[in-house]
Write a protein that binds this ligand. Structure first.
Ligand code: 4NP
Length: 163
């Protein structure tokens, strides 16, 4: 089983959306038995909460129902997950700092390393902005997650079912 962890700050806006988008695509491609996805935040701010109302509403508008309970990143995750994918450089720095001996650095990546439009940029934090910020994040994650999954399929030689 390939295990992917998406990481943002609060685990209520960006990373639960990345998780939901990836799970939808995994489902479409019949890869449920081969890839497992989770998400978390580096902060303690929203532990136990459902995704932000605006994230839920925006995802639904795009046909995606999100279900997730926020949790904080834990050092245990370094061993559990094969890919630790952060939404921005600040959260990347945070997980890097927790990996004091650089034992797990090969697992770290930025989701927008896979964005064909603005490679390596941060996914902007929509929390303090307006509705349009949530759609902007949705479009960024839709294309970045899709490309990330394509990369995983290639790297691991997975067979996808076409239905
Ligand atoms: P997220 O967004 O990291 O994408 O879940 C945020 C959610 C909450 C806060 C910041 C960012 N906050 O400061 O409470």
């Amino acid at each position: 089983m390939i295990k992917v962890l998406f990481v943002c700050l609060g685990n209520i806006c960006r990373s639960p959306l990345a998780q939901g988008l990836m799970e939808m695509k995994i489902d479409e491609l019949g890869l449920n038995d081969q890839i497992k996805v989770d998400s978390c935040g580096t902060s303690q701010y929203h532990i136990g909460e459902q995704p932000d109302e605006r994230t839920l509403k925006n995802a639904l508008k795009n046909g995606l129902k999100l279900e997730h309970q926020a949790r904080q990143f834990s050092r245990k995750d370094f061993r559990t997950f094969d890919y630790i994918v952060t939404m921005d450089k600040a959260n990347m720095d945070c997980v890097k700092r927790l990996d004091q001996t650089n034992e797990f650095s090969d697992k770290f990546m930025l989701i927008r390393d896979f964005d064909p439009v603005d490679k390596g940029a941060d996914v902007p934090d929509p929390y303090f902005g307006g509705e349009e910020g949530f759609q902007h994040v949705y479009l960024i994650l839709q294309r970045s997650v899709s490309e990330f999954l394509n990369q995983i399929i290639k790297t691991h030689g997975l067979n996808v079912s076409i239905s």
